[in-house]
Design a protein around this ligand. Structure first.
Ligand code: NDP
Length: 455
């Protein structure tokens, strides 16, 4: 059931349903229609009060949530977001997306999402720790390594996962893999921090290869990236490693544009400063030597990068939902952008997706987040596998598995789109929007039939 006061969830629901309806899936297999009203209702929603003490000794109260959306394929899996904008509509959209994304990884993981309207910015470490302990005091009774395994998302990185894990362990007297994104010395997986950003780039590598019949790669491509957090940082580093030029990064206050290309050293400066909640504007002022001379960047306050980057080949929205409008999509297409892949969840508005899809016949190719950014949760799944076996794989082993998952995910989206688009797509590249939604949906739906959730 989609409620009118849940606009983000409605957007995610509409994207899935219209992709399925605009294919031959329901005419070939009408039984799948029965799944929609069932899969679109979360199995369980937990909402709780988080009251905690700030550094002044005052009590603050926040709203905590966990949406356990679908466990057909495995334990609920999906991140925790700490951001003042968090509400049930946003968490239901993220949890809904997560179901089909997790299916696309090929691993046995269900879909969930959680978080809190707590703003971690400019809080001391002690406040963040006390908040995490209070949050976990409520959440602990609902999660478990075979039930629900949360991870990070916006506002929840390695530090927060550490505090949350420590709180759980103390409360339950139990060391088990109840969170992913853990520290390397206590059960974390190598390559987990890098996984989402690297994974997006691996996915786009395959898009470029397929669209150009192996003639082109990232080498020489100009790449616009938004965000400057976990996903954006590692996407940028991988693009640079593969020979591309990263022309932008951004945060919630503005964008930096570099026509010569953002350097790995600049990304390192940003990584170190972002943990301390510095804005990009502050970072380029405070680390002036890294951002001057031939490495100078232009800062544009209050702007997203898309209309400021000039000619680009690839765009990787990697900040937050609805961060590319229809007008910005048009500007990207006019600037020559051929490949758009979302590091963020639902990074493009419906209007932007319509622009990208309408230009598929001109070889503009759009990959939705549920496919392009599944590398993060995939390596979380690999972290769970390592925890179960009490082993640690090398970085090379995990990276190889990540690549394999992203390449397989791309092929799955591509072949599924081709299979179910007969007579629906006049020309051009097959729709990865449709391919991702249909492939993820079929896998979940089949398991739900087997379990008797739908019959
Ligand atoms: P981080 O918190 O590390 O970084 C988020 C970045 O986005 C920051 O640069 C932040 O700016 C910016 N941002 C956040 N909200 C807004 C906003 N409303 N407007 C403009 N900019 C904003 O998060 P992640 O990098 O982990 O996540 C980024 C996106 O990727 C999210 O959509 C997330 O759901 C998605 N994702 C993340 C995965 C992961 O493994 N981390 C996995 C799959 C998807 P500022 O610093 O100013 O706050």
């Amino acid at each position: 059931m989609v409620l009118p006061h849940e606009p983000e969830f409605k957007q995610a629901y509409d994207e899935l349903v219209s992709a399925l309806e605009d294919s031959t899936l329901f005419s070939e297999h009408p039984e799948y229609k029965k799944v929609i009203p069932v899969v679109s209702v979360p199995e369980r929603i937990i909402q709780f009060r988080v009251s905690w003490e700030n550094d002044k000794g005052d009590i603050e109260v926040n709203n905590g949530f966990r949406v356990q959306f679908n466990s057909a394929l495995g334990p609920y899996k999906g991140g925790l977001r700490f951001h003042p904008s968090v509400n049930l509509s946003i968490l239901k959209f993220l949890g809904f997306e997560q179901i089909f994304k997790n299916a696309l990884t090929g691993l046995s993981i269900g879909g969930g999402k959680g978080g809190c309207d707590f703003n971690p910015k400019n809080r001391s470490d002690a406040e963040i720790r006390r908040f995490c302990v209070a949050f976990m005091r409520q959440l602990a009774r609902y999660i478990g390594q075979d039930t629900d395994v949360p991870a990070g998302d916006i506002g929840v990185g390695g530090r927060e996962v550490g505090f949350l894990f420590g709180a759980y362990k103390q409360m339950q007297n139990n060391w088990s893999g109840i969170l992913t994104g853990k520290g390397l010395s206590w059960g974390g997986s190598l390559i987990r921090p890098e996984a989402t950003g690297y994974g997006v780039v691996y996915y786009v590598e395959k898009m470029i290869e397929k669209a150009t019949k192996g003639q082109e790669s990232f080498k020489g491509k100009r790449v616009a990236i938004s965000g400057s957090g976990n996903v954006a940082q590692y996407a940028a580093l991988k693009v640079i490693e593969l020979g591309g030029t990263v022309v932008s990064l951004s945060d919630s206050k503005g964008s930096i544009i570099s026509q010569n290309g953002i350097t790995p050293l600049q990304v390192e400066e940003i990584t170190a400063a972002k943990v301390k909640f510095r804005t990009l504007e502050q970072i380029i002022q405070e680390s002036a030597s890294a951002f001057s001379g031939s490495n100078q960047v232009k800062y544009i306050a209050g702007a997203r990068p898309w209309t400021h980057v000039g000619q680009v080949d690839v765009a990787l929205p990697s900040a937050t939902q609805n961060e590319v409008s229809g007008e910005e999509a048009k500007a990207l297409v006019e600037a020559g952008c051929k490949y758009i892949a979302e590091g963020s969840n639902m990074g493009s508005t419906k209007e932007a997706i319509d622009v990208f899809e309408a230009n598929r016949s001109a070889n503009v190719w759009y990959a939705p987040g549920k496919a392009a950014n599944c590398g993060g949760v995939a390596v979380s799944g690999l972290e769970m596998a390592q925890n179960s076996q009490r082993v640690t794989w090398t970085a090379e082993e995990v990276d190889t598995k990540l690549k394999d998952i992203m390449y397989t995910c791309f092929e799955n989206c591509y072949t599924t789109a081709t299979k179910y688009s007969a007579g629906k797509d006049a020309s051009g590249l097959p729709s990865l929007l449709k391919g991702a939604n249909i492939a993820g949906f079929i896998k979940v739906a089949d398991a739900m039939f087997d379990h008797g959730d739908v019959f």
